[in-house]
Ligand binder design. Structure first.
Ligand code: ZN
Length: 271
């Protein structure tokens, strides 16, 4: 089995030390994860990301480490007083410093839920618009975070042609799946789908056309339910197997089929 973790925050200091990161990638390799995409969440983390990726490649050459560059709504407070043209300049400078260093724009998006409440919605939207513009200019896919804002996001993602993008850790309905996929976008599932009592994610997983399906851990968040116990452990790419099995069960397919398809989809999308 070969799996592609399309969303793993291995770079966040809260996630791990350098040594722990290397061990996590070693365990991922043993579990059949051959590709890992690390999204960027804030300009403060961008410059370290290529070094982290290079270190992991050097220690585990058979696992392909990919990176992306974006600003997550939770980190918008870091850029409190920056005007959009100044934020664009940060991207342009970073692009110039790391040519072909990344495969996507993100993580970015809208969070109108409890955790995103500190950032005004208008600010979130203007920063999202910048990411959408950058995706159009570079032709790269977006890695989209969306909580409580699907009507608005869907509208922005279909207002003009936008490169095929990823709805990461999808938590919307089966109907939304159809609307995003009709516009050419991808749906990625994370740990929430491993909840045996979850109904909505299972219906959503069944609704995704095979060519639009992706898998991720979203580690260190979203530890799969099957790994939760008395001892608190951190989520990591090796546990992507649990997500693949849950998606396979939801779709009535075998896990090998889901693994082969999602890995082929991710490799095609991220080049
Ligand atoms: Zn994320």
């Amino acid at each position: 089995m070969r799996l592609f973790d399309t969303h793993a925050h291995l770079d966040l200091p809260a996630a791990s030390t350098a040594a722990e990161r290397r061990l996590a990638v070693k365990r991922a390799k043993s579990a059949g994860i051959h590709d890992i995409l690390i999204p960027g969440v804030s300009p403060a983390t961008w410059s370290e990301l290529p070094n982290i990726a290079a270190d992991l490649r050097a220690h585990e050459p058979s696992v392909r480490i990919h990176t992306a560059v974006g600003i997550h709504p939770y980190w918008l407070g870091d850029l409190y007083n920056r005007a959009i043209p100044a934020i664009r300049d940060l991207f342009v400078e970073h692009f110039a410093m790391t040519p072909s260093g990344f495969v996507a724009i993100g993580e970015c998006g809208l969070d109108f839920g409890r955790r995103g409440v500190a950032i005004p919605r208008a600010r979130q939207l203007e920063v999202l618009e910048l990411h959408i513009e950058l995706a159009r200019e570079t032709g790269l896919p977006l890695l989209l975070h969306c909580v409580g804002a699907h009507a608005l996001l869907l509208e922005r993602m279909t207002a003009a042609p936008t490169p095929p993008s990823v709805l990461h850790s999808f938590s919307g309905s089966a109907e939304l799946v159809q609307q995003y996929c009709r516009a050419g976008h991808y749906i990625s599932f994370a740990g929430a789908i491993t909840n045996p009592n979850a109904r909505k994610p299972l219906e959503a997983a069944r609704a995704v056309p095979p060519a639009r399906l992706l898998l991720e851990t979203d580690c260190p968040d979203q530890l799969p339910f099957s790994r939760r116990g008395a001892r608190a452990i951190r989520n990591e790419p090796a546990y992507l197997v649990d997500v693949a099995e849950a998606v396979a069960r939801a779709r009535g397919e075998d896990v090998e089929t889901v693994a082969a398809r999602t890995t082929a989809n991710a490799r095609a999308l991220f080049g």
